[in-house]
Design a protein around this ligand. Structure first.
Ligand SMILES: CCCCCCCCCCCCCCCCC(=O)SCCNC(=O)CCNC(=O)[C@H](O)C(C)(C)COP(=O)(O)OP(=O)(O)OC[C@H]1O[C@@H](n2cnc3c(N)ncnc32)[C@H](O)[C@@H]1OP(=O)(O)O
Ligand SMILES: Nc1ncnc2c1ncn2[C@@H]1O[C@H](COP(=O)(O)OP(=O)(O)OP(=O)(O)O)[C@@H](O)[C@H]1O
Ligand SMILES: O=C(O)CCC(=O)C(=O)O
Ligand SMILES: [Fe+2]
Ligand SMILES: [Mg+2]
Length: 334
C-alpha cells in the first residue's frame, strides 16, 4: 500500500474513534489544504464500507463483495432470462443482442442466440436485482441517498465461435453516459455462476479510474466486433491487469472510468452475469457535442430512430432519461 494510503488509514481510524468534532476540524483543515487536497473523493461514510474498503476503492476503482446475492435470487433471474428467451414474456423496451457472428449467419433458437439483454427495467423479476437492499446499501456509499438505476443488463457471454468476437474490448463505461459527475456513478456486476479466465471473466486495470475519459472506437479485430462494442483507443499495455475470478453471487462495484473488458469464452457454456449502472439522481446531463462521446451518441440516436421511429428531437440525453428508474430517495435532476 502507498504512503498516502497509510496516512489516510491513520486519519480514518482516528475519525472512526472520535466522530463529529474531529471530522469537522479535519474537514476545515482539508479546505485550507496543503499537500493532500481531496482525501476520500469516491465514497462517503455510511457505516457500510470499512476504512480499508474505502481506501481500496480509492486506489483501485473497484471493490469485490463475496456472496452478496443469494443462490435463490440468482436462480430466479436465470429462470426469468430463460422465459424471455423462449418469448414466454414480452418486455417493453428490452433490447436483445446477438453475437455478431450469430446475428449475421444461421438462425439460432432460444437462449443460445442471446448474448445480452439490455434495458430490462420493465421486467419486474429481473429489475428486482436493481432494488436488492444489500446491493443498494453499497451503492449508496458511491452515489449518495438519491439513486437511479440508469442501465440494466444481463450478459450471457456465448462460447466463442472461433472468431474471438465473444471478447469485450477494454473500455470505460462513462463513454456511454452523458451525465456527470463520474464519481457519483457506479456499476454493480454480479456473477450468476463461477466466472474465471476460461469463460471470460472481467479484466480490470486497477487505478485507471484516476485518469480521464479516453477516446473510444471499434477495435481492429480480424474476426469482427459487436455493434457498439467500442474500446479504448490507446491504453498503456504495460498497466497491470487483474482478472476478477468470481463465484456465483459475488458482486463487484466499479467506477465508470475504470478500464475493463472481458476475454474470450473458451468453454461450451454461456457465462452469465447481471448488472446495473446506478447514478445519483442529483447528477446532471451534459452535451457531448464536440467531445469523444459524439460517436456513441450518434450510434445510439440512430438506433433509437430505427427501433422506436423517434425523430432527431430525441436527444442522447433523452434516451437515458427515458430508461432511468428511481430506486431510492427522490428523483432530483435526472
Ligand atoms: C428510448 C431510447 C432507446 C434507445 C436504446 C438504446 C440502447 C443502446 C444501448 C446503449 C449502450 C449503453 C451501454 C452502457 C454500459 C457500457 C456497456 O454496456 S459497453 C457495451 C455497450 N454496447 C452494447 O452492449 C450494445 C450491444 N448491442 C446491442 O444491444 C444490439 O446488438 C444492438 C446494437 C442494439 C442491435 O440490436 P437490434 O437493432 O435489435 O438488432 P437486429 O434488429 O437484430 O439487427 C439489426 C442489424 O444489426 C446487425 N447486428 C445485430 N447484432 C449485431 C452485433 N452484435 N454486431 C454487429 N451487427 C449486429 C444485424 O445483422 C442487422 O444488420 P442488417 O444489416 O440491418 O441486416
Ligand atoms: N488485440 C486486442 N485489442 C484490444 N483489446 C484486446 C485485444 N486482445 C484482447 N483484448 C481485451 O483484453 C481483455 C482480455 O482479453 P484476453 O482474451 O487476453 O483474455 P484473458 O482473460 O486475459 O485471457 P488470457 O488468459 O489468454 O490472457 C479483454 O477485454 C479483451 O477484449
Ligand atoms: O460481462 C462482461 O463481459 C462485461 C460487460 C461490460 O463491461 C459492459 O457491457 O459494459
Ligand atoms: Fe463495461
Ligand atoms: Mg490474454
Amino acid at each position: 500500500m502507498s504512503r498516502a494510503a497509510d496516512r489516510l488509514k491513520v486519519v480514518l481510524n482516528h475519525l472512526d474513534r472520535s466522530h463529529g468534532a474531529v471530522r469537522a476540524s479535519f474537514t476545515s483543515a482539508q479546505n485550507v489544504s496543503y499537500h493532500h487536497p481531496q482525501v476520500l473523493q469516491y465514497t462517503s461514510d455510511t457505516g457500510v464500507l470499512t476504512p480499508e474498503q474505502r481506501i481500496a476503492y480509492e486506489e483501485n476503482g473497484f471493490i469485490l463483495i463475496r456472496k452478496l446475492v443469494s443462490d435463490q435470487d440468482i436462480d430466479r433471474f436465470r429462470k426469468e432470462f430463460e422465459r424471455i428467451c423462449k418469448r414466454e414474456v414480452k418486455v417493453p423496451g428490452l433490447v436483445v443482442m446477438r453475437d455478431v457472428t450469430i446475428a449475421k449467419s444461421e438462425y439460432v433458437e432460444g437462449e443460445k442466440a442471446v448474448t445480452k439483454l439490455q434495458d430490462y427495467q420493465e421486467d419486474l423479476e429481473l429489475f428486482r436485482y436493481c432494488t436488492l437492499p444489500q446491493i443498494l446499501k453499497y451503492v449508496e456509499c458511491f452515489t449518495g441517498p438519491n439513486i437511479m438505476a440508469m442501465h440494466t443488463m444481463l450478459i450471457n457471454k456465448p462460447p466463442d465461435t472461433g472468431k474471438k468476437t465473444s471478447r469485450h474490448p477494454m473500455h470505460q463505461d462513462l463513454h456511454y453516459f452523458p451525465f456527470r459527475p463520474a464519481d457519483r456513478i457506479v456499476c454493480s456486476w454480479t456473477a450468476m455462476e463461477k466466472v474465471h479466465r476460461g469463460n471470460g471473466c472481467l479484466v480490470v486495470l486497477p487505478g485507471s479510474h484516476h485518469g480521464t475519459l479516453l477516446e473510444h472506437d471499434y477495435p481492429e479485430w480480424e474476426g469482427g466486433v459487436n455493434k457498439m462494442y467500442h474500446g479504448v483507443r490507446n491504453y498503456d499495455p504495460n498497466h497491470p491487469r487483474v482478472h476478477l475470478e468470481m463465484e456465483k453471487g459475488d458482486t463487484v462495484f466499479f467506477h465508470p472510468l475504470l478500464i475493463h473488458g472481458s476475454g474470450m469464452n473458451q468453454t461450451d457454456g454461456f457465462r452469465k452475469a447481471i448488472s446495473c449502472h446506478y447514478a445519483s439522481s442529483d447528477c446532471y446531463y451534459i452535451d457531448v457535442k464536440g467531445t469523444t462521446q459524439e460517436n456513441i451518441s450518434n450510434e445510439v440516436k440512430e438506433l433509437a430512430a430505427k427501433k422506436y421511429g423517434v425523430d432527431d428531437t430525441v436527444t442522447f440525453q433523452d434516451t437515458w432519461a427515458l430508461r432511468g428508474r428511481l430506486v431510492q430517495g427522490d428523483r432530483a435532476s435526472m
